[in-house]
Design a binder for this molecule. Structure first.
Ligand SMILES: O=P(O)(O)OC[C@H]1O[C@H](O)[C@H](O)[C@@H](O)[C@@H]1O
Length: 528
């Protein structure tokens, strides 16, 4: 296509939201108008099911749950008065609690004020707060946030080392919707032990965000923790950033959570419009559909040209891949759906893998995120008439063009600034796009049956570990791995037994492993 034709296509397809100053440009996706005709009936159906969802239909049949993250930013549309009140009072509780923490009305026993936040959670209970902290928290924030989002002892120790003497002025937020996620439970127990080791009263530092009645809820309640904020049954983990999960840590960092909610509310309204060309989420869903042929054949490379948006792609990885990565469609057919998401930031990634994007396997489309304002204040000139920000802008344009010329498509989202309003809007834009796309390809975006398999397998490995240790302790001689597996009642799980003893031996857990490590069958195991 000639440049002038492209310019026309750009104008024909440009979406602009005046209130948010947000643009969506899909002109560099090579679809033709016939796609609209094909997709129109599917979109009509999608609008119906999304409205039903917003009205409180059971949208997650597996878990018999409503899906209500849209109500969080507009409680007036909640399906019942009770739900509306829950949302409003949770928000008030957050505001009050945060104000008291900031003024020192709620303070740790051994310091004047809370200075830091330690957030313990995983998946949807970590990714949103991490993205928003990176995007919006200032260096002058009233409190600094740290995350434990894994059960990695070294990772946990690194945080303790960083906090050192500040543990006594750190507020710990344990976030788990289910209240039963093992990684989060472990993180909580590790943090609790660290407080006790320093002679500090953990309960006076601890806050839980979880569903009422969960294991974590009972633990926090019986332990007399500072506060418990509710996680609602009808908010999924990956769409929970605008519930207490994201709002409490954000507000503690001095981020304007009301603006975040406002941005999301405005975007929700914009993406309710039942039209293809004037609904930004429809434009994105259509682009995804076109690019991957409705089967996720192409990966989504997220390239925000702004350091503060570095974690956007990581956040979207869960939102998109956990929602869309499904084996079965709603009719039970095997479909293997999904869209793979990766990316960090531009222009940095241009010096890493853009070579492959430009010339290698054409199995992706790019989403550029452009931020118009370079910085607050003026910039120096790095060359006559040119600033660092001009470079960033030029590199984005250049990469978009170079990719397009080589038949690599892209979408570009442009925002005026990274601020609470636009971040809230971006979250809502992608939440809605995921909902719409899931309807287009006829899958349930709101369950995650595949996640359970790994969790169950891990639990059975830990059970086996206990049997293996018993077998070693009750043996009077050293055992080879085959015999050990037999005695553990796990003859056919010999590889798992081998890996368990290798791990225990590496961690001074009272087990000795001897022999030729390149030949596992030669190894002898005994109690150390
Ligand atoms: O918040 P939690 O209940 O601890 O869950 C944390 C995460 O657990 C699982 O991996 C789910 O698949 C995620 O969707 C969820 O965000």
């Amino acid at each position: 296509m000639e440049n002038l034709q492209l310019w026309q296509r750009y104008q024909d397809w440009l979406y602009y939201h005046a209130g948010l100053g947000l643009y969506v440009d899909i002109s560099r996706m090579r679809f033709d108008e016939s796609l609209i005709e094909t997709l129109k009936p599917k979109f009509d159906q999608a609008f119906e099911s999304i409205q039903a969802l917003e009205n409180g239909a059971i949208a997650n049949p597996d878990e018999d749950r409503m899906v209500g993250h849209y109500w969080l930013r507009n409680p007036d549309i909640a399906p019942t008065e009770d739900i509306k009140n829950e949302i409003v009072s949770s928000l008030q509780d957050i505001d009050t609690f945060v104000q008291k923490v900031h003024t020192g009305a709620i303070k740790p026993p051994q310091a004047f004020k809370f200075t830091d936040i330690l957030s313990v959670g995983i998946g949807g209970s970590a990714l949103g707060p991490q993205f928003v902290a990176e995007a919006l928290a200032l260096d002058t924030a009233p409190m600094n946030i740290h995350f434990i989002d894994n059960t990695d002892p070294t990772g946990i120790d690194r945080i303790f080392t960083r906090l050192k003497d500040r543990l006594k002025s750190t507020l710990v937020i344990i976030t788990s919707k289910s209240g039963g996620t093992p990684e989060t439970r472990n993180g909580m127990l590790e943090v609790k032990a660290a407080y006790e080791n320093q002679g500090l009263d953990f309960a006076q530092h601890a806050v839980a965000i979880t569903m009422t009645g969960s294991k974590m809820y009972e633990f926090a309640k019986s332990g007399g923790w500072l506060a418990i904020f509710p996680m609602f049954d009808w908010v999924g983990g990956r769409t929970s950033e605008l519930s207490a999960v994201g709002l409490l840590p954000a507000a503690l960092q001095g981020i304007d959570i009301h603006q975040m909610l406002e941005g999301a509310k405005i975007m929700d309204e914009a993406t309710r419009i039942r039209d293809i060309k004037t609904n930004p989420a429809v434009l994105l869903a259509m682009s995804w559909y076109h690019s991957g042929n409705g089967k996720g054949e192409k990966d989504m490379v997220m390239l925000p040209y702004k350091d503060s948006l570095l974690l956007f792609s990581r956040y979207l990885q869960q939102l998109i891949m956990e929602s869309l990565g499904k084996e079965k469609d709603l009719d039970g057919n095997t479909v293997y759906q999904g869209i793979a998401v990766y990316g960090n930031k531009g222009s940095t990634d241009q010096h890493a893998y853009v070579q492959q994007l430009r010339e290698g396997v054409p199995n992706f489309f790019v989403t550029f995120v452009e931020v118009l304002e370079d910085r607050e204040g003026t910039s120096i000139e790095v060359e006559p008439g040119v600033t660092s920000g001009d470079y960033l802008s030029g590199l984005l344009q250049g990469t978009r063009q170079a990719l397009y010329e080589n038949h690599r498509d892209s979408v570009t989202i442009t925002i005026p600034q990274v601020n609470a309003l636009t971040v809230g809007a971006l979250i809502a834009l992608y939440e809605r796009t995921v909902s719409l796309y899931a309807c287009l390809v006829n899958i349930n975006a709101y369950h995650q049956p595949g996640v359970e398999a790994g969790k169950k397998a891990a639990a059975s490995i830990l059970e086996l570990q206990n049997k293996v240790v018993e077998a070693i302790e009750s043996a009077s001689e050293s055992l080879d791995i085959t015999t050990l597996a037999d005695r553990s009642g796990a003859t056919d799980q010999i590889e798992a037994v081998y890996k368990i003893v290798r791990h225990l031996a590496a961690n001074k857990r009272g087990i000795k492993l001897e022999g030729d490590f390149s030949k596992p069958s030669s190894l002898k195991v005994s109690a150390a």
